[in-house]
Design a binder for this molecule. Sequence first.
Ligand SMILES: NC(=O)c1ccc[n+]([C@@H]2O[C@H](COP(=O)([O-])OP(=O)(O)OC[C@H]3O[C@@H](n4cnc5c(N)ncnc54)[C@H](OP(=O)(O)O)[C@@H]3O)[C@@H](O)[C@H]2O)c1
Length: 341
Amino acid sequence: MINRQWRLASRPQGAVNRSNFDYAETQVLASPDTGGKVLLRTEMLLCMPTIRNFISGKRSDYYPTIELGEPIMSPGVGRVVESSDSDYPVGTRLVGGSSWQDYQWVDPEQGYRVVPNDTPSVDALGILGMNALTAYFGVVEVGQPQSGETLLVSGAAGSVGSIAAQIGRIRGARVIGICGGSEKVNWLKDSCGIAEVIDYKAQDVGVALDALCPDGVDVFFDNIGGTMLRDIVQRMRRHGRIALCGQIATYDDAADNPPLDMMRIIYGAIRLQGFLVPDFADQMPQALERLSEWDRQGLLAHREDVRAGFEALPDTFASLFNGSNNGTLIARIADEESRPI
Ligand SMILES: NC(=O)c1ccc[n+]([C@@H]2O[C@H](COP(=O)([O-])OP(=O)(O)OC[C@H]3O[C@@H](n4cnc5c(N)ncnc54)[C@H](OP(=O)(O)O)[C@@H]3O)[C@@H](O)[C@H]2O)c1
């Protein structure tokens, strides 16, 4: 069996592009090399901005580095096509660590969840996926906006941001979203019920915030970082909280990371807190239950931008950094019967 792969060819300088990846075809290993118990056929891959950090070559002991020549790691949904573990028979779908290739041997006990039969793969990566959980924990556990407080969300029309903004709305906060472009502004207003939205491509965020909330912001859910974060720190209320979710504006160039006014943070008694979903692993079942319930009740608008085709993967991924994705960006590389598309 042929296994298509996209491997890291070069480390991007600035914006990521197709030339940073090499297409290759290998034979699928007939049996696992390192402890894999099931052979997964990748169906869908979640395009995740932090992959840009993994391929940057900046060494860190807190996130993985993808080496040149290696397939690109990514969350995904795969279907078991061979199994030596009766708990995970052929046909089972698993969501968890995947990579930009058709097949891989994995141990289902290491970082995977079974996708229930009644959950579409798109939902396992979307409204019940890692990004929605990130939004949930970032709002409910980290930012903790209370009813009547102001919650500001950057990247508000994106996969994480749109769910974060709506959970804030459900909690009774006054939510202000920031995103780029009128289509996204309108979707947030009309479909997500976020009445106040700043278009950072058309407006100065600081000026707009001064007009909308002259008394400042209680909670800021930050997906973007960079100069936007710097300007918002200046507008936080005393005892404000900043949930640091992502810093996508700085992934291409760390120099886009301006210093924050630390004295403002000290005198404002502002709490900045980064977080990852695994920090809240013990609360995952409850979070998934609440997300499902809100979804069933029609309280959470969500959209998935599903792009078909393995060949297009590098270009699909690059969409995250020019804002041309509309919602959770998913690459579909096999059809429901696990045939490659
Ligand atoms: N902490 C965690 O566990 C965790 C988990 C998942 C994701 N994240 C982070 O959450 C953030 C959002 O991720 P996502 O997967 O939901 O992606 P997304 O928001 O669906 O897509 C990325 C969006 O970021 C905006 N963007 C890209 N480059 C930008 C720039 N230079 N300046 C301003 N905006 C820019 C674009 O929206 P506009 O069109 O509005 O500009 C783009 O559509 C990322 O920073 C990601 O790394 C963190």
